[in-house]
Design a protein around this ligand. Sequence first.
Ligand code: NAP
Length: 202
Amino acid sequence: MLLLGGTAEARSLADRLVGLGHHVTTSLAGRVREPRLPVGEVRIGGFGGIDGLRSAAAGVDAVVDATHPFAERISANAAAACADLPLVRLVRLVRPGWEPRTGWHLVEGHEEAAAKAVHLGHRPLLTVGRQPLGRYAGPLRDHAVLARVVDPPDIDLPPRWEVVLDRGPYPLMRELALQERHGSDVLVTKDSGGDLTVAKLD
Ligand code: NAP
């Protein structure tokens, strides 16, 4: 099986499939410098689009798409590549989404989130990942932002911003300590679903 990964669920799945005796190769995009590696074989880096993914998938029984819900291009590429491979099954592992709670503001994208956060608080906690940070730097340049990311951002951020390098799991007590220390009054996050990052919402 070719397992498209980059999520905790993908690592668990690799563990279980290998335990059941399947031959599993997990594919990672290579975004994180020192990724947590799953059991089984691992390959790292893009395939070079649909054609590359089709070639990689041509020899397997199944492609399992266990990528993050916001990783839309790789999922679309997997669907397109497997559509041309009648002998290869495509299975998608989909996380349950979050149930909206009172006080949440649902927006369509980063620009809207940034524009809204400007007025919702003075000390935003950003957990939107490293790559979108630049889209918040302009609107929130005068806010005391705390940005939590796994790897250091590769752009200059406003002087009032603080960056915390960390990776989950984030238990409730740690989330409370972080948010209290920072004095966070608004949380900006992507609706990734699942239980693993839910403590920051609690
Ligand atoms: P994306 O926008 O859907 O994909 C962009 C390109 O990255 C793809 O076209 C592909 O390059 C390559 N790629 C993505 N996932 C890959 C994988 N598992 N194996 C090999 N190549 C992959 O993806 P993204 O949003 O940048 O996310 C990258 C990875 O981080 C994903 O594996 C995802 O599961 C994980 N992740 C993403 C998020 C998020 O919020 N987006 C959060 C947590 C984890 P080629 O076209 O060259 O094949």
